[in-house]
Design a protein around this ligand. Structure first.
Ligand code: HEM
Length: 415
């Protein structure tokens, strides 16, 4: 008999730097895998593409943490840190139909590709402004100086947070991600601050409605659309929460993947220098490929079985948490040709980086816009951009759901 290779270690530092070999092992040997998370909670990891897609659309898996069998002891361990104590639980990623259908309909207008396209000049202006601030230095940390502030300002504009308050937001959001994998106190405090601010802003805007998203939510609640003020605050919060760390990681992981692959990077850079429809088409497939290859969301958010069910041949009991590993599904050789190769021209690319089913990313059009503008502007304006540290010095943030770098130090010819 062959000795079975031991299960690879999950969730350590080495795993954080490159989780893909461990996921390949799980897909082969234990595709729906029971594990104990660093928080102590037990959960099922779903690692194959076909099972992942099925689980994401399975209505027997609830998003409501009230269905968690361990909830009584594991208080606060599932979901977004701080949301419970700040009374922000009633948001899209924690609810099921019919409430989910009602709330999602209210905001979906703001995120259509057409509405989002109107936002492009502003995203370009923000992008250029951030690059202007470090371009003459010849060096930067692309996470702190670029990838982090860009989505914060973009989302603040979209929500209707006045310009003079946006730096406060930047500070609270910074605290949220800096403490992401660490002590909860820091996160709890910043989530409470954001909650207090949003509540106050909703009151202030009531007398002075504009065409921003928060004004739209207030109008909806005033016109009998059954949106409570608490739901409006939770909605604004989840848009901020879902839209900022993800976009940071798209820009961070995407830039790193390009810097590590001179051939692919050169192909994109040449196309951008020539411009035209071909460059636009390549930029479109490139951003999708970067999302597949090393996407911002490693695991989809929590789901809980509302009845006993079978997933990939494995029995899952009532109340047990299921985590769909998007990063693994997106490298499944059963679905993708040469899955570990970055191929910016890849056309067959039904990746799950934005999820699937009714919780499919609401902000995908905005994320694509930000990703395209940020990456193309960086490569055009700083053509000799390179890593300023050895690759093994790069450190990844330790959260469970997201996959992203702490810093991305680069250098380039000052301009
Ligand atoms: C949901 C990925 C950017 C707002 C999701 C989900 C994924 C995802 C995987 C589904 C999670 C699940 O089913 O458990 C991403 C990625 C992004 C990105 C990879 C960036 C590249 C954004 C942006 C916004 C946003 C910019 C808004 C400004 C949302 C919201 C949901 C969501 C509100 C919940 C939708 C629902 O439950 O109906 N996103 N996201 N996302 N995303 Fe994004």
């Amino acid at each position: 008999m062959h000795a079975q290779k031991p299960t690879p270690e999950l969730f350590g530092w080495e795993f954080a730097a490159d989780p893909y070999p461990a996921y390949a092992w799980l897909r082969q040997h234990s595709p729906v895998h029971r594990t104990t998370l660093p928080s102590g909670v037990e959960a099922w990891l779903v690692t194959r593409y076909a099972d992942a897609r099925q689980a994401l659309a399975d209505q027997r898996l609830s998003k409501n943490p009230g269905h968690h069998s361990e909830q009584a002891h594991g208080k606060g361990k599932v979901g977004i840190p701080g949301e419970r104590s700040a009374n922000l639980m009633t948001h899209l990623l924690n609810i099921d139909p019919p409430d989910h259908t009602r709330l999602r309909r209210l905001v979906s207008k703001a995120f259509t590709p057409r509405r989002v396209a109107e936002f492009e000049p502003r995203v370009q202006e923000l992008t250029d402004g951030l690059i202007d601030a470090f371009a003459s230095r010849g060096a930067a940390d692309l996470i702190h100086e670029f990838a982090f502030p860009l989505p914060i300002y973009a989302i603040c504009d979209m929500l209707g947070v006045p310009a003079e308050d946006q730096d406060d937001f930047r500070e609270w959001a910074g605290l949220m991600i800096r403490h992401g994998g660490g002590p909860r106190g820091g996160v709890g405090r910043s989530v409470k601050k954001i909650r207090g601010y949003l509540q106050d802003l909703i009151h202030r805007k009531r007398d002075n409605l504009g065409d921003d998203l928060i004004s739209g939510l207030i109008r909806a609640s005033d016109h009998g659309e059954h949106l409570s003020e608490n739901e409006a605050a939770a909605m604004a919060f989840i848009i901020l929460f879902a839209g900022f760390e993800t976009t940071i990681n798209l820009i961070g992981n995407g830039t790193l993947a390009l810097l590590r692959d001179p051939g692919q990077r050169g192909r994109l850079q040449d196309a951008l220098a020539t411009g035209g429809a071909e460059a636009d088409a390549l930029l479109d497939t490139a951003v999708e490929e970067l999302l597949r290859y090393d996407g911002p969301v490693e695991l989809a958010t929590w789901r809980f079985a509302t009845e006993p069910l079978t997933l990939g041949g494995q029995r899952v009991g009532t109340g047990e948490p299921v985590l769909v590993v998007l990063a693994s599904a997106n490298r499944d050789p059963e679905k993708f040709d040469r899955p570990d190769v970055l191929d910016l021209d890849r056309r067959e690319n039904q990746h799950l980086g934005y999820g699937h089913g009714i919780h499919y990313c609401l902000g995908a059009p905005l994320a694509r816009l930000e990703g395209k503008v940020a990456l193309s502007t960086l490569l055009r304006r700083l053509p000799d951009l390179e890593l300023a540290v050895e690759e093994d010095q790069l450190r990844w943030r330790g959260g469970l759901i997201m996959r992203g770098l702490r810093q991305l130090p680069v250098r380039f010819t000052a301009v």
